[in-house]
Design a protein around this ligand. Sequence first.
Ligand code: FAD
Ligand code: MLT
Ligand code: ZN
Length: 556
Amino acid sequence: MSLSPSLLRLAAARLRTPSLAAGVASSSPWRLAVGHPRLAVGPVTAAAPAFLARFMASAAAAAPAATPLTLPSGLRSPTDEDIAAFRAMLPTPGSVVTDEDALAPHNTDWMGRFIGRSRVLLKPRSTDEVAAILRHCNEQGIPLVPQGGNTGMVGGSVPVADEVILSLAGMASIEAFDAASGVVTAQAGVVLEALDTYVGERGHRVPLDLGAKGSCQIGGNVATNAGGSRYVRYGSLRASVLGVEAVLPSGEVLAGLTSLRKDNTGYDLKQLMIGGEGTLGVITRVALACPPLSAAVHVTLLKVPSWANAVSLLAAAKGQLAEILSAFEFMDAPAVKLAVTHLSHVRDPLGPDEDAGATDGPFYVLIETAGSSAAHDREKLDTFLESSMESELVTDGVMAESAGQAAAFWELRESLPEAVGKAGTKVFKYDISLPMDAFYRIVTDARALLADAGADADVVGWGHMGDGNLHLNVAARGDVAAVAAALEPWVYEQVAAARGSVSAEHGLGVMKAGAIGYTKDAVSVEVMRGIKALLDPKGILNPLKMLPRVGEEKTA
Ligand code: FAD
Ligand code: MLT
Ligand code: ZN
């Protein structure tokens, strides 16, 4: 099957663009990146720890820090005696950190928006050490914040005051891998990218991928029930996480580290830890089902003239690419423009667009397929691309013909959080689920709202379109307080009216704890409070996160 001449022409011309020529060795513009697993390492992520630290430093300098909050009564700050007790519990050198400079990055969230003032970070090396810490803190009423890679987007991983920071970074062993089932068992502190590399070398892939892969930890991923770009293929982590070991606030260990696929014995307690945002227990080990690595991976970047076309393209991709579709990500043109403007290493392989900034298009769609047969996948993809061009759903496109190009396409997509951070002195981030008919409208409405208010801001949208998950981002300059007043609660009200969710994948943390009531009913919130009270009666774990403070619930 051959491609339509128009797409072939467009793509061939684009693929010869020198700026994107890295790694191109073939004379055929359509020789694909077959045989390459989905590249986990792009320049942004390969350098992630340094990049994150750099970004956090500049963001912290630019953005006003949130005022520390007052902890609920009954909780107290750790004293020098407590710190001495922690030292006795954690004999490995470097396990108790009190140096202010060393603590600074752990007190600051990735956006530089939430800044705590903890004076002690603990780095246990085993589940027993975590249990000893929690027992002590529970007896003494000392609050703690579990911290993974500290890449969370809602301020859940940093103290709101002077809580103890409990880092899982010292528990980073991959303990077992079962080749027959693909189940990997790992301590919570294993970095996602390291886990993916490990199982990749054994013919499998982690069913989760996201831009922070070089820093975030599998325990943090499970605690946030992270979504990411493979969700459209493998679904929620809730199904892939087979077992969780977690330490409860009492210090008791919930020993749920099973690798069983089926287990209907009572309530599924691990689900409380998955997406529990560290409010109910500290995840110490995880058993994760990893699907086989696909032999053939194709990555395509398409330009779509209108939102209606993007919606039709998604339906066509789900229908025609079906089981080989492994990512369907969208970016609006203003978001892409921010990336190429603010990040020198990022290129737009489809070139600048005169229409960028228009209210309804163009849009960029990144489609990845992952299947077992290059020839079969290619045939499906060719048919899909041909019909998309013929029906004018798509006006331009490029298909990666090397691993380097595939990585560059992904880099463009995954660089957007960093780019938006550089574009404003304060970034307002909304991670929302919306039905397709309301999906992009909120971006254009927010743009109009802020333009009417005379705000100096870039309003951009991107996200995991295949899962109905939009990232609405506003990079504001100048009077950011006025921008905040215009956006909130307006955004949450729009989401509630469309029957969406105020948090699709980032969780609630401290940023959105008060907003849960917009899209969750009051009975559900009360049940959640009951579960929290049962497992953490003193409220020591991640206080003021996820659930609203009494009297501060917002409802639609
Ligand atoms: P942290 O940020 O350290 O913690 C997050 C929350 O989990 C906190 O409430 C913390 O207390 C709790 N926690 C951490 N570890 C544990 C543990 N062992 N036990 C109990 N609680 C724990 N998120 C997505 O869902 N999809 C994306 O596509 C995505 N892309 C991102 C891209 C970039 C560039 C960045 C910076 C972030 C992105 N995120 C995304 C957000 C973030 O990376 C995820 O939420 C990630 O899962 C957090 O993992 P972490 O180890 O950094 O956790
Ligand atoms: C993404 O998909 O880019 C992430 O969830 C991060 C973000 O929204 O900034
Ligand atoms: Zn996302």
